[in-house]
Structures are given as structure tokens and as C-alpha cells.
Design a protein around this ligand. Structure first.
Ligand code: FES
Length: 150
């Protein structure tokens, strides 16, 4: 079926079965490779995007659930190729090791900062819990979020 979705401020028509994961459509149809495939089970956060401003696992979100809603990927935070404040903070703090989780981390953190511009430490840690970094750079990731929130 043809489904119209709004991604990073633009409308797209995609051909997909309704249960196709949003992640597949983003990566394969729209060529947005920021969101990553990690577990495919909603357990690691590598695929995190924002749906209507909330962090969401795109690997377990069927495309049919996206009709009429707004999706933002990490590419959408830098529409003209200039990093936003949070992306710059991740770079400044050298938060990435392999980098595979970073787009998802940024999208989850951005959703928090959009809602609470200066969250306390407990709030940041609780909010970021669903996203995992297998390299173990969580402390640098937390520093980057604190930097962007300052
Ligand atoms: Fe979606 Fe792991 S790939 S949560």
C-alpha cells in the first residue's frame, strides 16, 4: 500500500506493507542512514528517532502507525549541514567510540532537552536509560548532554 509520511519536515509517499518497520523505510526508501539497526527488538536504542517530538524505537514502529505523524531523524537536526548545539556537544566531548549508537543517543537526548532545557542529573540518566552504548562511553555521552543543557 502507499503510505504518506512526514520526515524531517518533508512529505514522502512510500510503498510498503503496513507492518514494515519505520527503520527500514527510513534507511532503504529515504536513504536516511542516521538511525541504525542494532537489535531490531526495541532493546538497544540504535534506531531511535523522534515521533511527534518523543523518542521512539523505529525498529518496532510499523510504518502504518506513522501516517499523519511527524518523524525526525538525526539528519533533521542539521538540515543545512550545520550541527545543532547538542550534536556539537557530542563532538566536543568526543562522546563516540565506534559511533554506532550516537544518532540514537542524540535523538533521545534532544527529545529530553526540547521538553526540559536544563534537566537535572537524575532526569538525564533516567531518560537515557533505554539507549545502550556497547563501547561504554556513557560517561562522555552524559557530559555532552550536560554541556548542551548548560
Ligand atoms: Fe531498535 Fe535496537 S535496533 S532498539
Amino acid at each position: 500500500m502507499t503510505i504518506t509520511i512526514n520526515v524531517n519536515g518533508s512529505g514522502h509517499q512510500v510503498e510498503a506493507s503496513p507492518e514494515t518497520p519505520l527503520l527500514y523505510v527510513l534507511r532503504e526508501d529515504l536513504r536516511l542512514n542516521g538511525p541504525k539497526y542494532g537489535c531490531g527488538l526495541g532493546q538497544c536504542g540504535a534506531c531511535t528517532v523522534q515521533i511527534d517530538g518523543k523518542a521512539a524505537f523505529s525498529c518496532v514502529t510499523p510504518i502504518a502507525a506513522i501516517a499523519g505523524r511527524s518523524v525526525v531523524t538525526v539528519e533533521g537536526l542539521a538540515p543545512k549541514g550545520e550541527m545543532n548545539m547538542l550534536q556539537q556537544a557530542f563532538l566536543t566531548e568526543q562522546a563516540a567510540q565506534c559511533g554506532y549508537c550516537i544518532a540514537g543517543m542524540i535523538m533521545r537526548a534532544q527529545a529530553l532537552l526540547d521538553e526540559i532545557p536544563q534537566p537535572d542529573e537524575k532526569t538525564i540518566r533516567r531518560h537515557m536509560q533505554p539507549n545502550l552504548c556497547r563501547c561504554g562511553t556513557h560517561m562522555r555521552i552524559l557530559r555532552a548532554i550536560r554541556r548542551a543543557a548548560a
